[in-house]
Design a protein around this ligand. Structure first.
Ligand SMILES: Cc1cc2nc3c(=O)[nH]c(=O)nc-3n(C[C@H](O)[C@H](O)[C@H](O)COP(=O)(O)O)c2cc1C
Length: 354
């Protein structure tokens, strides 16, 4: 089964069709904007010269109470950076990356240099990668594949992968994710800040070219089609749907979880580097026929605890899980998908290159 369904029509999906039509440094940026990123807010901007590319945070596109310290936004910039580096190599550059080179918000400088074109399996997976929110099959992931995945960050300075594939580990992570989702939907500000990124109609999708859409919710096609015909869901209905999917589908069918750990999850360089590893893993999973769905609700709650001074329930539980490995930065579930995932919209290159 192909992990990727046919691309939807409309200009919001053109960046997936046209990603390979560019030359020089723009070819790398065209790949960068296809990366995973929180809630598909696409909080990135690029400055492009012949010999270098600068990657910046776009603070105007933040997630409010869901990401009060911009942890997720910087991880998303790291995901974009990984695609950028892979595409630069594929186009005959030898990119050299400096993380957080100066001003806050300046996530990376990439000096291009010249090299030998390398179009490896991760690069080829760039246009095929999708976040998969469908049920996964009851089929374990071979140990050898997980071991190979765990080695993907060996060249990185501070990021590594923790895997939870046994029953006890999966239960612990899954239970905590469900509990965190329950807290998010009870928190009106967080619930509202998530709802604003939902795009229902084709017109809205074409207008904004960002956010979450019905097609990417992992539903069977007829259910998606009905969902599109119905009136827009209220916030509370959308929250109930999300909690139900988290409980009955996303955690219930996860064959394994992965967690990116870094020495300091509040440090932007760690976040960007961890994002690179996250994207690399997602591309690797895609290349090997695995589905991957990002699930970060306990980090969202942990940051919220820090912001509001609430009892550090999730912060403590996460520290117990990661132990002396470091601090958790991003989490995802893995498994063999029962359905291909649909693409999410992307803004045009002209909107993100300054
Ligand atoms: C740091 C980060 C956090 C994310 N958190 C979640 C999450 O908690 N739940 C979820 O369903 N998707 C999550 N995602 C996936 C994004 O929503 C997804 O990447 C985005 O909508 C673009 O879709 P695509 O990955 O299919 O291109 C996250 C992605 C990143 C990079």
């Amino acid at each position: 089964m192909s992990a990727t369904s046919r691309l939807q029509t409309g200009s919001a999906f053109d960046p997936w069709r046209e990603w390979n039509d560019h030359e020089g440094p723009m070819a790398a940026v065209a790949a960068a904007i296809l990366a995973a990123n929180p809630r598909n807010v696409q909080a990135w901007q690029f400055e492009v010269a012949e010999d270098r590319i600068e990657v910046f945070l776009d603070p105007a596109r933040e997630e409010g109470a869901l990401d009060p310290f911009h942890r997720e936004l910087y991880v998303g910039l790291g995901c974009a950076l990984e695609n950028l580096v892979l595409a630069a190599r594929a186009n005959g550059y030898a990119p050299k990356v400096t993380l957080m080179p100066g001003d806050p918000g300046h996530a990376a400088t990439v000096v291009l240099g010249s090299g030998t074109p390398d179009k490896g399996e991760l690069y080829q997976a760039i246009p095929l990668r999708r976040t998969n929110r469908a049920p996964f099959q009851k089929r374990p992931i071979p140990d050898a594949l997980l071991t190979e995945m765990a080695g993907l960050g060996d060249d990185l300075e501070s990021s590594s992968l923790m895997l939870f594939a046994d029953d006890a580990g999966r239960k612990k992570v899954g239970t905590l994710l469900i509990a965190a989702t329950e807290e998010i939907v009870k928190d009106e500000e967080q619930s509202k800040d998530g709802y604003v990124w939902f795009r229902k109609s084709k017109r809205e999708i074409e207008q904004h070219r960002d956010g979450n859409i019905i097609d990417t919710q992992g539903l069977a096609r007829p259910i998606s089609a009905i969902g599109k015909m119905l009136p827009r869901q209220s916030r509370s209905t959308a929250d109930r749907f999300w909690l139900r999917q988290t409980r009955n589908v996303h955690t219930a069918t996860a064959a394994a979880y992965g967690m990116i750990v870094v020495p300091d999850a509040a440090d932007n360089a760690c976040r960007v580097e961890g994002g690179r590893l996250l994207q690399r893993i997602h591309l690797f999973a895609t290349a090997r026929g695995l589905g991957l769905g990002h699930l970060n609700m306990f980090f969202v709650r942990s940051d919220r605890e820090r912001q509001t001074g609430a009892e550090p329930r999730f912060t403590k539980a996460l520290a117990e899980i990661t132990g002396d490995r470091g601090e958790g930065l991003a989490c995802f579930r893995l498994g063999y998908p029962t359905r291909p995932a649909a693409a999410s919209p992307r803004r045009d290159l002209t909107d993100v290159v300054r």
